[in-house]
Ligand binder design. Structure first.
Ligand code: GLP
Length: 255
């Protein structure tokens, strides 16, 4: 049988560092984005060995692509009893002319969900009842694992600057910086300006949080958000994660 626990100990472990002042954050530095993806995938596989009915919340973006590639190759992982959730999704713009962009549901299907059998929950089906999605996701004591990326403005999921630790799962206006990085500009006709996102309140209910950040352009924001000297604040939503007792920040750079 596939032994994810041993596989995990075989993979290059990278540098693990615990900051002095902040309890729950563990940093793992790996040589490159592929190694980050491989290690993250092994953590997921290991969780499913230990808890086949785990609830896992998955992110989108370019950062987790190597993780999904690695998971697609782990054909011995048993997903059947797992409960999977989307972290966020764009709200289609109003008006008749819609630009072509990849929805997060399409992304998740293409990268992983089309390859596996599991209980798959799409946040896009809950735009008129976000609280129901949050309730389902946090049932049984909270999700077992929430995997996150991070925006260069410090957003996690689509908890944009202005979001505090109590923010619920909701529809939110996308920030100018996000519109520029995700659609190449703010106010571009036919592109979404809103999204539905799992809120920080539900993210902080997770039993474990894994934040993935790769590439030099993420170094500054990760360093700032997880600096023990930075007080958690709505200006930098990722900084609230320091209040959680079990956060792993996996990077391909030195934080
Ligand atoms: C998007 C998503 C986030 C993601 C972030 C970073 O806006 N809403 O969930 O973590 O951007 O994306 P990337 O990994 O492509 O840098």
């Amino acid at each position: 049988m596939y032994d994810a626990v041993n596989a995990l100990s075989r993979v290059h472990c990278g540098m693990v560092r615990k900051p002095k002042a902040d309890g729950g954050v563990r940093f793992i530095q790996l040589p490159n984005a592929d190694a980050v993806g491989q290690k993250a995938a092994l953590l997921v596989a290991d969780l499913l060995v230990k808890k086949p009915n785990a609830a896992i919340v998955f992110p989108t973006g370019s950062t987790p692509l190597p993780m999904y590639q690695a998971l697609r190759h782990m054909t011995h992982v048993h997903w059947e009893n797992s409960r999977l959730f989307h972290l966020d999704e764009y709200i289609p713009p109003s008006g008749t002319r819609q630009a072509r962009y990849q929805t997060y549901a399409e992304y998740m299907n293409t990268e992983l969900w089309d390859y596996i059998r599991a209980d798959k929950n799409y946040i896009v089906h809950y735009t008129d009842k976000p609280a129901d999605y949050e309730k389902k996701m946090t049932a049984h004591g909270g999700p077992d694992l929430v995997i996150l990326g991070i925006g260069t403005n410090g957003h996690v999921a689509f908890n944009e600057p202005g979001s505090d630790e109590h923010s619920p799962t909701r529809i939110i206006e996308l920030s100018e910086q996000t519109l520029i990085s995700n659609f190449g500009g703010a106010g571009k006709k036919g592109y979404p300006v809103q999204a539905i996102t799992v809120g920080l309140k539900a993210i902080l209910k997770a039993k474990k949080i894994l934040l993935l950040a790769t590439g030099e352009k993420k170094r500054e924001v990760v360093r700032h958000a997880f600096d023990p000297a930075t007080l958690p604040s709505a200006d930098l939503p990722a900084s609230w994660l320091k209040k959680h007792p079990d956060v792993t920040v996996m990077t391909d750079f030195l934080v």
